[in-house]
Design a binder for this molecule. Structure first.
Ligand SMILES: O=C(O)CCC(=O)C(=O)O
Ligand SMILES: [Fe+2]
Length: 321
């Protein structure tokens, strides 16, 4: 679907709209079309091939609408386990996503790269939707040395209500891995933890919103020093960790911009503009290394990550606004 040219889609859609109009002129009401075609299409298809033609335009129009609002892609993402999908209102959210004006991606072919940046120097970039990398911004964080698989395993095993908070409130993202919850991740065999040869590789992310857990994590890193002093940070921070295929391509349904500190391993980011900007904006890709911070408006940039082969990646992500 994504590869059919938009003009062709519009032309085909118009043909079906014309066909629908012909039925309507013949005295068939929209309700009749919907009732007859959706409620009992099989019977109708047997009755008359005409009904097949009335069912098709409705189906096709529906698929076109799904394509237009990008639901098709995002439903796939839902089942692939990506971030910030709120099952109850996700579809409505996507259907009502404002169509962007493409300013965020126009003439953007690479991220803005900064280094040794103070809060004042960062201020002009703070609320841009253009991707920014601040090289080596978090190299001094103790979390770089302290955070690893075992740190988080111990933290969750020893905190009452920790797993429950992820299951019920904070969110668990399995991406392509075969885990159902965080408890499964921390029950992995030693050789799978290390991604030894012959083991199925894994990559997961989860929100940490349990007070005690967040407090313990935050002992080892501050709010990124370059962010505006008065910016709001939610009481939830995500950890993304694992190997190989990282996060599958998705958009985040969040209310603020995102920052991520890359603590371990090198990670390739692939950013794609939203479909309405496909024809005028480029896909970007770049690599972040341990100690780098990356800032992306993940509400408008579709994003995917891939971990450098053989490396274990661990990062902390949150929002600011
Ligand atoms: O770090 C990753 O692999 C993905 C992160 C992500 O999707 C996000 O922060 O929104
Ligand atoms: Fe995301």
């Amino acid at each position: 679907m994504k590869h059919i040219k938009k003009s062709k889609l519009i032309q085909i859609k118009q043909e079906f709209v014309n066909l629908n109009n012909t039925f309507l002129k013949l005295g068939v009401s929209v309700n009749d079309l919907e009732d007859e075609c959706f409620k009992n299409p099989t019977k109708l298809l047997q009755k008359s091939s005409n009904y097949f033609w009335c069912f098709l335009p409705i189906l096709f129009t529906f698929i076109c609408i799904l394509y237009q609002i990008n639901l098709y892609n995002n439903l796939l993402n839902y089942f692939a386990g990506v971030r910030c999908i709120i099952p109850n209102n996700y579809i409505i959210w996507e259907a009502t996503r404002p169509i962007s004006d493409c300013n965020y991606c126009l003439n953007v072919s690479k991220p803005i790269i900064l280094k040794n940046v103070s809060r004042n120097e960062f201020a002009p970039y703070a609320y841009t939707s253009k991707p920014v990398i601040v090289r080596e911004a978090v190299l001094h964080w103790p979390a770089i040395n302290i955070f690893n698989f075992i740190f988080f395993k111990n933290l969750y095993e020893n905190t009452e209500g920790g797993y429950k908070s992820v299951d019920e409130e904070c969110q668990f993202l399995h991406f392509k891995s075969n885990f159902i919850c965080l408890r499964d991740v921390f029950s992995m065999s030693e050789s799978r933890i290390n991604n030894d040869k012959g083991e199925k590789s894994w990559y997961v992310g989860w929100g940490n919103c349990h007070n005690q857990i967040l407090q313990e994590m935050r002992k080892y890193y501050p709010k990124p020093h370059f962010l505006p002093e008065d910016c709001e940070i939610p009481s939830k921070e995500y950890v993304f960790m694992g190997y190989d295929d990282g996060a599958t391509m998705h958009l985040d349904f969040i209310s603020r911009l995102m920052w991520q500190a890359q603590l371990k391993g090198s990670k390739k980011w692939i950013l794609k503009p939203s479909p309405e900007c496909d024809s005028i904006c480029e896909t970007l890709s770049f690599i972040v290394n341990p100690g780098d911070a990356v800032l992306i408006d993940t509400r408008v940039w579709y994003h995917q990550t891939i971990i450098k082969p053989g490396e274990f990646s661990l990062s902390i992500t949150s929002e600011y606004g």
